[in-house]
Design a protein around this ligand. Structure first.
Ligand SMILES: [Zn+2]
Ligand SMILES: [Zn+2]
Length: 556
């Protein structure tokens, strides 16, 4: 059954295509707002009574009809027709950041440009400037977005591939029960962005060929040791055949970063040739097994030589939910719903951090509403005790680095998460000034999503990581590892460094709906790559420890 997310995406696409084709603007608008409403629905449309769908806020009769069509047929006829009428290059262009339907329509109908490559070329020749709505800045942004898009084409978020990877593995195991199929590569290494799903196997390629052809996958054989297949999901499946070596040994090679593997060969060449599992590779070399996610920096080899294995953080080590939004700002659920769900997950506390007043697009809280929210949280706390809701705010870091409320108001929160949400296009000097000032503010407890990046869609402003980490340590500010799979910001590659220097990290889901709590797991998977220990992760603190931390770090 189509999920809400899928339905919302289809509606969004429909609305955009209608606008591009100048088809009934009134209806296009209503589909766009339906998409917005569907995305935030706390229950799955597929589970709802069909007759109730039209009653949902933000969904009108005509959208409801379309939802039912999608649920019944799996697709929308009007959308299919529009896609048919649109060149594939234009469809691709719609994924470029900064190009709304109006601009895409101008590019297509007035500039007569139908592919991304042509558009990039036109940007370089300053041809966009002649058209209404395209200034120098837009042209520059469009060019940068296209370059970004082209670089990352065919890449996916780890979280986007999780279910698919499991499904493919399941299908293969069923079809080839007597063979070995070992997952390996970037996905196995828990990389936040992945360009293919990889396996090492002893299934003869001839058999894989027949199998995938029968299932209408596109195939290409790279050489006798590598085969790739691609289904309608457009994800590359890559198979490494182990003819002389065992699949596990091939998997081992693919499960190490290049640096790690080179160091390994240098130290242990030839020692593991008879290993049949990855574990045997390690035993043969006299080292306790290093988990796949840690095989990045070769320095980890030394640590595993004489010391006991590192007890890296696990999903079960999360004891509280820090950084979540409610329907007071741009969240979908009430604080009570969030709190009860959080408690049901076995968590000891919830930190509610709605947006501050300058985040008007997210219904940020004006001063009076902060006070009202605090009162409401007090009431809930007496009802839900010993579970505890902490009063927090995701406070905007303003353009000059100041925080979004007076010190007097800021001092009424249990903790403050300071984040940048506006004017993201800045150079490093500006970004550093802004962040440093916010970190030095006595109210700041946690620095939220430090670079503002959105994986595969926005690069994030440039920062000097070392200096930001140092400033956070000096000022007793924890650094967020925003666990949303599109953020994972602070990047794992800096987590180890920050921990080494003595920073406290905080794996936070930034949940906007109850289901968002599940994202903490993605944060943990990324943090594992940095070797994060639970004792250095704020959201692993028990309620008592967390309360103590806040008390000892209070400066306002
Ligand atoms: Zn934020
Ligand atoms: Zn947030």
């Amino acid at each position: 059954m189509p999920t809400n997310q899928h339905i919302a995406e289809q509606f969004e696409l429909l609305a955009k295509l209608m606008e591009i084709h100048q088809d009934n603007p009134f209806k296009a608008k209503s589909y766009a707002s339906a998409a917005f409403a569907i995305e935030r629905l706390p229950i799955e449309l597929a589970d709802m009574n069909r007759n109730d769908i039209a009653q949902v806020k933000g969904i009108g009769a005509s959208s409801a009809q379309k939802i039912i069509e999608l649920l019944d047929r799996g697709s929308l006829q009007s959308l299919e027709e529009l896609i048919q009428k649109t060149p594939s290059g234009i469809l691709e262009m719609m994924q470029i950041k900064g190009l709304g339907p109006k601009k895409v329509a101008t590019i297509w109908k007035e500039m007569h440009i139908e592919t991304i490559g042509e558009l990039l070329y036109a940007c370089n020749e300053n041809r966009l400037l002649r058209y209404k709505g395209f200034g120098e800045k837009t042209q520059k942004n469009v060019a940068e977005s296209i370059e970004f898009f082209l670089r990352h084409k065919g890449h996916f978020l780890w979280a986007e591939l999780e279910t698919y990877a499991e499904r493919i593995r399941h299908i293969l195991v069923e079809a080839f029960p007597s063979y070995i199929i070992e997952s390996c590569g970037l996905f196995k290494r828990q990389m936040p962005v992945v360009d293919a799903l990889e396996w090492s196997t002893n299934i003869p390629f001839a058999l894989l060929h027949t199998f995938f052809e029968k299932n209408e996958f596109q195939l290409s054989q790279v050489d006798e040791l590598e085969l790739t297949a691609k289904g309608i999901e457009n994800v590359q499946l890559r198979f490494y055949r182990s003819s002389t070596e065992q699949p596990a040994v091939v998997a081992f090679r693919k499960n190490c970063s290049e640096l790690f593997f080179n160091e390994w060969i240098g130290q242990f060449q030839g020692k593991w040739s008879s290993a049949t599992t990855e574990e045997e590779v390690f035993t043969a070399c006299g080292i306790s097994p290093i988990p796949t996610y840690l095989r990045e920096d070769p320095a980890v080899i030394e640590r595993y030589k004489d010391a006991a294995p590192i007890q890296v953080i696990q999903p079960k080590d999360i004891r509280g939910i820090i950084h979540s939004h409610s329907d007071w700002s741009d969240g979908a659920n009430t604080i009570e719903e969030m709190a009860v769900a959080c408690r049901n997950l076995g968590m000891e506390y919830l930190v509610i951090s709605d947006h501050s007043k300058s985040a008007f697009y997210a219904n940020g809280l004006q001063e009076e509403r902060v006070k009202a929210q605090h009162q409401y949280i007090d009431e809930l706390n007496s009802k839900l005790s010993p579970f505890h809701i902490f009063k927090s705010i995701e406070c905007d870091i303003l353009n000059d680095g100041a925080l979004d409320y007076s010190d007097a108001l800021l001092s009424t929160f249990d903790l403050v998460i300071a984040s940048v949400h506006s004017n993201l296009n800045m150079d490093q000097e500006k970004a550093m000034q802004r962040l440093t000032r916010a970190i030095e503010h006595p109210a700041t407890t946690i620095l939220g999503h430090p670079t503002g990046r959105l994986l595969l869609s926005r690069k994030g402003y440039p920062i000097d990581h070392e200096r930001i980490i140092d400033a956070c340590i000096k000022n007793g500010v924890a650094i967020e590892i925003n666990a949303h799979p599109r953020r994972l910001d602070l990047d794992w590659a800096w987590v180890g460094k920050a921990q080494e220097k003595g920073a406290i990290l905080s794996i936070n889901p930034d949940a906007h709906v109850i289901e968002g709590f599940n994202d903490v797991r993605y944060g943990v998977l990324a943090a594992q790559k940095g070797g994060l220990l639970s004792k250095n992760n704020l959201s692993s603190y028990s309620l008592t420890e967390f309360t103590h931390y806040l008390k000892t770090h209070r400066k306002l």
